[in-house]
Design a protein around this ligand. Structure first.
Ligand code: SF4
Length: 354
């Protein structure tokens, strides 16, 4: 199992939001303050105390640091990178809604987060605040008017950063729509601010319509005791938990880390759901891995982990056509039928030769 590491930084009582605050906390050198603030012009800086406590200030390659501390490389944009890498804008019929697939919509009641991930695929859209009251009402009307919608995915921004009363109002409005069968909430709050998962916030998620929480978690060290307690609170309230992980260079792009992460998730009653290939958001090239490497990692996980702990490796096709599985295929056409490959790479005819 993972080693949970928590480092005490003197004076760390609030969210760090500037290059100077990062330098004061010993997370960057004073000479890098201006560069961090320039990166913050593209995506705000926000490191909660829980995240700061996880970073080893003496390890320049610390995987938690890499995810949250701005880096001058964010200012370099590769030709293939885009402001809207998965085509949200083209599929947005009104503010706060992305309707890409017939039976599901994204509802984005806010674009802010408690902590900002430097690789965020919506990094050009997040950080601006809460959806205006009349825009939220229009977004809910849109969902109410489209009876083909089966599932509503609250995303953003981080929906669990909303005040419990506002969140409860949104859940109740969706719960009252007979055609909505499932509500899913994408969040990083149980990891970045686990203390926020109190009774009031969990009570706000109670509804007749099943509510799932998909936790974004990229490294086993993120599942601290406090994060585990937050997940326990959700699971004990009857809320199923799914795990979403982004494959990130220098964070989790090795089989040992991924295996540890998936096992830790299952131990926290989180079903690993997706391993996302990193989207081509602007200024994120230093996080990218190749698809060939991702497929090789999935092959290694297949041999190491129970099916319960296997995520599906997916790519959101740039521009907006949607998400597809891109993991390795174990079945191939052969001269006289099919050939199936086992976890050790051995090939077997199918059906078996008599
Ligand atoms: S929590 Fe999600 S939306 Fe917010 S910065 Fe991280 S990846 Fe982006």
């Amino acid at each position: 199992m993972n080693t949970v590491k928590s480092i005490v930084h003197p004076g760390n009582t609030g969210t760090l939001r500037s290059g100077a605050a990062l330098a004061d906390a010993g997370l960057i050198a004073p000479r890098n303050i201006a560069g961090a603030d320039r990166a913050a012009g593209r995506l705000p800086i926000a490191l909660t105390p829980d995240i700061v406590a996880l970073i080893d200030p003496f390890d320049a390659e610390d995987p938690i640091r890499r995810q949250f501390v701005p880096d001058a490389r964010e200012l370099a944009v590769s030709p293939e990178e885009r402001a809207d890498p998965i085509g949200d804008v083209a599929h947005s019929p009104c503010p706060g809604i992305v309707h890409r697939y017939p039976d599901r919509v994204l509802l984005m009641p806010l674009t802010s987060c408690l902590a900002y991930c430097r690789f965020c695929f919506r990094r050009d859209a997040v950080g601006t605040g809460v959806l205006a009251e009349d825009d939220l009402a229009a977004a809910l009307d849109y969902i109410g008017d489209h009876e083909e919608i089966w599932e509503v995915i609250l995303s953003g921004g981080d929906p669990l950063a909303l005040a419990p009363r506002r969140l409860a109002t949104i859940i109740a409005a969706l719960d009252a729509m007979p055609h909505i069968a499932t509500i899913r909430i994408h969040s990083r709050v149980p990891v970045v601010a686990p203390g926020r998962m109190n009774e009031a916030l969990i009570a706000a998620l109670k509804s007749e319509t099943p509510v799932y929480v998909a936790l974004h978690c990229n490294h086993p060290r993120e599942l601290t005791e406090a994060a585990r307690a937050a997940c326990r609170g959700l699971a004990d309230a009857g809320i199923p938990l799914l795990g979403q992980t982004v494959l990130l260079r220098g964070v989790n792009d090795d089989a040992d880390t991924l295996e540890n992460l998936m096992r830790t998730m299952v131990a926290c009653r989180i079903k690993p759901y997706y391993l996302h290939h990193g989207d081509l958001a602007r200024g994120t090239a230093h996080f990218h891995t190749t698809i060939a490497h991702g497929r090789e990692l999935m092959r290694q996980l297949r041999g190491r982990l129970s099916g319960l702990a296997q995520p599906t490796y997916v790519l959101d096709i740039p521009g907006g056509p949607g998400k597809v599985p891109i993991g390795p295929c174990y079945l191939a056409e052969a001269a006289d039928g099919l050939e199936v490959e086992d976890c050790e790479g051995r090939k077997h005819p199918y059906p078996p030769v008599a």
